[in-house]
Design a protein around this ligand. Sequence first.
Ligand SMILES: Cc1ncc(COP(=O)(O)O)c(C=O)c1O
Length: 471
Amino acid sequence: MTAGPPIHDLHFDEAPNVETKIPGPRSRRLLERQEAIDSGAVAYPKVVPIALEEGRGSTLKDVDGNVFLDFFAGIGVMNVGHSNPYVLEAVNDQTSKLVHTIDFPTEARLEFIEAVNDVAPPGLRDQCKMVFGGPSGSDANEASIKLAKQYTGRHGLLAFEGSYHGGTAGALSLTGGVKYKAGYEPLLPDAIHVRYPYPYRESLSDDDAEAVCPRGDCCGRMSCARSLEAVKEKFEGPYSGHEPPAAIWVEPIQGEGGVVVPPKGFLQGLRDIADDNDALLVADEIQSGFGRTGKWWACEHYDVTPDVITMAKGIGGAGLPLGATLYHEQFDTWGPGGHIGTFRGNVPAMRGGTAAIEYVQEHDLLEHATELGEYIRSRLQDVDSHLVGEVRGEGLFVGVELIDEDGEPSADLVKAVQTRCYENGVLIWKAGREGNVLRLLPPLVTTHEQAEIGLDIVTDALRAATSGDLP
Ligand SMILES: Cc1ncc(COP(=O)(O)O)c(C=O)c1O
């Protein structure tokens, strides 16, 4: 079987091709209509002012006919590209038969669970269960909170500064970003946040990391040692101020927080602390998972098996909403209704997810993502600008931290570069605690030629910023 067309055939040929000012006249009209009737909570078009018409592969067409390279992919959702015909065929076939089944068994549901099991990390593969509640990443994290609480009988939640885990009350409690919580607190009690290693920002002096690190097998990075020490203190410190948490929630690579890649030993350190304290280790792979980093799950870069993986975004294949929580079967001690929701697994989305897994496998997209990510990072590193603090990431999860002349985080620079990029036909996003990180999340089906053209535009924008030529 060949799963659908090769990646070169998935896109609008002419991308990028911008023929109007952005926003173009039709986009402007839709943006104005939206402003009049849609919610004040709408955020994305305020930053990138376009109205969308059609997507194919790694390209997006707006209502004025401008064609963009989509290096943002709906925040890392469209891993196999917009309207991937192989995935759409599976989705449409299912949609014409049956869409909603709550959690009654269907071939589509069971095949999807089996397909995800087959790509689960060793240690979970063939020993896992999956729960579906609501169709979002936030809900997947809600499920993990319930699971950890009911299994351990404890209430505390430990997460990290710089994290993003979602917008519902439990997931928001785990989230580090204070701006998302403002006005909505109190949320869940006993949610605590400790520092996440941030090698670029923290002192890189690693002289005494071993002395600080609570693990015997130290990776030698001070930022990692300090963070692990803080986590251990929250579990074991007699005056830590909290009962030991039920679980640790961690993004193996922080997305919203700035595409922050922790040192090698960090996840293993968390694994050890969780084990020592009978707590669960929950990897939030909602952004980093499903092939984004060149492996199915980012935790595989660290050879660590979490107890629980939460996933969403790309797993619905065609961009259909689907969230799921995968966990070791030993934690499957809850009964019927342990996690609930009307939309506990959308059947066409499950078909889409299974087809997406097949497409990734048949077209070697994990390897492709690894190679293309290296190429993209090397192009960004070559810019040689004092405004580029760090280029980092794994696979097609790429961050560029921008700083001003004084070395301070600069969200204004990110905005200026992002604007120049969309004016020239490349959509990129931002991230970071201070909004000063360019975030590139191209679909895994992005071709080398598209990456080359896209990076010409991104690097030109960075050079223009460096020579003061951006407004
Ligand atoms: C790491 C992470 N966790 C959770 C979420 C929340 O997912 P959703 O927006 O589907 O609720 C996100 C969304 O960006 C995320 O990046």
